[in-house]
Design a protein around this ligand. Structure first.
Ligand code: APR
Length: 238
């Protein structure tokens, strides 16, 4: 890659799988253990906020687990950004904080973040790594019942889509890593990239729903194929 190339990277649950974080649609995935409508929709939260808080508390607690660390794939993406400052935008569907902990800075969490909570009354977003429940009191309202996970649920609008579309317009390369390509608008980004004449590469354990939309599709474990691909990018001169 030359110094001028702009890269947009989209990651999904597959990049965190080797760090011990469950993906969603594998046979042992989160959506096989919980009903999306119960724990990942506004109606589900309305119906049973305690159940939803517990679902996200359990996932947030994982962020404290010393066994859950950024893996070689997260670290490789942070290295790519360090070596090409201002040229790499990392868009993640993941709500864990492994990209930040690996050192990535130019990062968009389009589905929100486990390590943040939001007041439904004021809209204020707080850094938060502890459990929350229906009795938790937010600084802004000074009373319980207004706090929710800062997570984008189904039927809600993902965050910073305009920033993502704008970055795609300037991109020379779009890389999708560890995502099944089933949830929109994230799954539609490859098509937009293609229409913008951007080179598209998919890195995933196995072929996905979107594989044939990519110029290139590389299969394998993220901890192996992502560092290899980043080294190739950093060493190639055009
Ligand atoms: N290395 C590379 N890829 C992997 C690995 C691995 N070690 N393990 C799993 N994968 C791949 C799987 O093959 C699959 O294609 O990661 C992908 C994970 O797919 P999903 O479980 O569907 O996760 P994701 O694509 O991130 O889901 C998108 O759906 O439920 C919503 O909001 C949630 O952000 C999530 C969105």
């Amino acid at each position: 890659m030359n110094m001028h190339e702009h890269i947009v990277i989209l990651t999904g649950a597959g990049i965190s799988a080797e760090s011990g974080i469950q993906t969603f649609r594998a046979s042992d995935g989160l959506w096989h253990e919980h009903r999306i409508e119960d724990v990942a929709t506004p109606d589900g939260f309305e119906r049973n906020p305690a159940l939803v808080h517990e679902f996200y508390n359990a996932r947030r607690r994982q962020l404290h687990d010393p066994k859950v660390q950024p893996n070689a794939a997260h670290l490789a993406l942070a290295k790519l950004e360090r070596e090409h400052p201002g040229k790499v935008l990392l868009v993640t569907q993941n709500v864990d904080n492994l990209h930040e902990r690996a050192g990535s800075q130019n990062l968009i969490h389009m589905h929100g973040e486990l390590a943040k909570i939001r007041c439904q009354q004021s809209g204020l977003v707080y850094d938060w790594l502890d459990d929350i429940d229906t009795d938790s009191i937010c600084d802004c309202c000074q009373r319980p019942g207004n706090l929710r996970p800062h997570i984008v649920w189904f039927d809600e609008m993902p965050l910073q889509m305009q920033d993502i579309f704008r970055a795609l317009e300037e991109a020379d390369l779009f890389i999708a890593i560890g995502t099944s390509g089933l949830v929109y608008p994230a799954a539609g980004l490859v098509k937009i990239a293609q229409e913008e004449g951007v080179r598209t590469v998919e890195l995933n354990l196995d072929p996905t729903n979107n594989s044939e939309l990519f110029d290139e599709s590389i299969n394998g474990l993220a901890s192996q194929i992502v560092p290899a691909f980043v080294e190739q990018l950093l060493n190639s001169t055009q």
